[in-house]
Ligand binder design. Structure first.
Ligand code: PHE
Length: 360
């Protein structure tokens, strides 16, 4: 075919137009559209490029205008077809293949939920976070120094016996203070935190603790505590009482009352046990509170100056003459058992779905 005759030129472009329209008609996937694009407007091998190289550029000068006009019309057509195909989305056939059969049974997805112990810990953290406390953590495998000595339990002190400590085997070659054990309370994180930062401090310490206790309905050798520590200038016992009274009301409801009884912990002086009015009988007396109207829930006290003296070895600002503070510690399982009416602590660790599903 030659291009010098207008008739031939018309035929050639009519043929090309037919071809491009046919090719564009069946484009049902994005790959097909891309192939179409490469085939027609591809920079190196595209049909338009070939056409321009073979016909347009080599045409005699007097024929160039004619060819050029037809070429541009074809190019515009290709581009508009391409635009249409790219925006059109999948074909009817492709849609039908993916269609959803609403009569099929649905896929059941099980809802995950926070474990009641985690939930109770997070709730306590949130209550104290609102009072400006941040969260501190420490290791479960602890040294004798942090778990006992720096908490003012001297070596051989009888108070150590009350903690039923699980010790790591084969530690005899180490000095007593470096011997490893499973922490019996979260209190060692008090010291670890004070060594890291000068006062003021307001932290809550959630975590797992271990004691060599026989498992029964209310005891487990592994359980959880939330500890609190507040240190600043002029912190008083009133601050301690106000803080814990507020926290217990936030946790159990505003009608709950608190009362403080003298107690003993080596790391606080004075120390107290805190009782709350029975949440089951509103203080009237029932089986749950052994007819006393009160339930013992946590231990607390003013930080013992001897504890500050240990902290001052690393952070001199813990000078017991200049600062004061309070600490408290509570068992998470005990609180969760009361809140959710659980009578056997073992349920928390059983992994029984019938138990856990109730917390979704
Ligand atoms: N660590 C104590 C315990 O486990 C609880 C406690 C913490 C008491 C802080 C007073 C102050 O029994």
């Amino acid at each position: 075919m030659t291009t010098d005759e207008p008739q031939n030129l018309d035929n050639l472009f009519a043929q090309l137009e037919l071809e491009v329209r046919q090719a564009a008609a069946g484009l049902s996937s994005s790959e097909a559209v891309e192939n179409f694009r490469l085939d027609w407007v591809g920079r190196k091998q595209g049909r338009l490029k070939q056409l321009s190289d073979q016909w347009l550029k080599s045409a005699p000068v007097e024929a160039r205008r004619e060819i050029g006009q037809r070429f541009n019309a074809l190019k515009t057509l290709v581009e508009s077809l391409l635009e249409e195909a790219a925006g059109a989305g999948p074909s009817d056939a492709a849609l039908a293949a993916e269609a959803l059969d609403v009569t099929l049974p649905g896929t059941r997805r099980l809802m995950g939920a926070e474990h009641p112990i985690t939930r109770t810990m997070n709730e306590l953290i949130a209550i104290f976070a609102a009072l400006g406390y941040s969260v501190g953590v420490g290791p479960e495998v602890e040294t004798d120094y942090y778990n006992f000595e720096s908490m003012n339990f001297p070596p051989g002190h009888p108070a150590r016996d009350t903690q039923d400590t699980l010790v790591i085997a084969n530690q005899e070659r180490r000095s007593l203070r470096d011997r490893l054990l499973l922490r019996t309370h979260t209190s060692p994180v008090q010291m670890r935190t004070m060594e890291q930062q000068p006062p003021p401090i307001r932290i809550v310490i959630p975590g797992k603790v271990h004691r060599n206790d026989a498992a029964d309905a209310t005891h487990s050798p592994v359980f959880h505590q939330v500890e609190g520590l507040c240190v600043d200038t002029n912190i008083t016992f009133s601050d301690l009482k106000g803080t814990l009274d507020y926290a217990m009301k936030a946790l159990f409801g505003s009608s709950v009352k608190t009362r403080f009884f003298p107690s003993f912990f080596p790391f606080t002086e004075p120390s107290a046990d805190v009782q709350i009015s029975c949440i089951f009988c509103a203080g009237k007396g029932c089986r749950k509170c052994k007819h006393s109207g009160w339930i013992e829930l946590l231990g607390c006290g003013m930080v013992d100056p001897a504890v500050f003296a240990f902290a001052a070895e690393k952070q001199p600002a813990y000078d017991p003459k200049k600062i004061s503070g309070f600490a408290f510690g509570m068992g998470v399982e005990r609180i969760a058992m009361m809140k959710y009416g659980v009578s056997d602590i073992g349920q928390f660790y059983s992994g029984d779905m019938r138990f856990l599903e109730q917390f979704v």
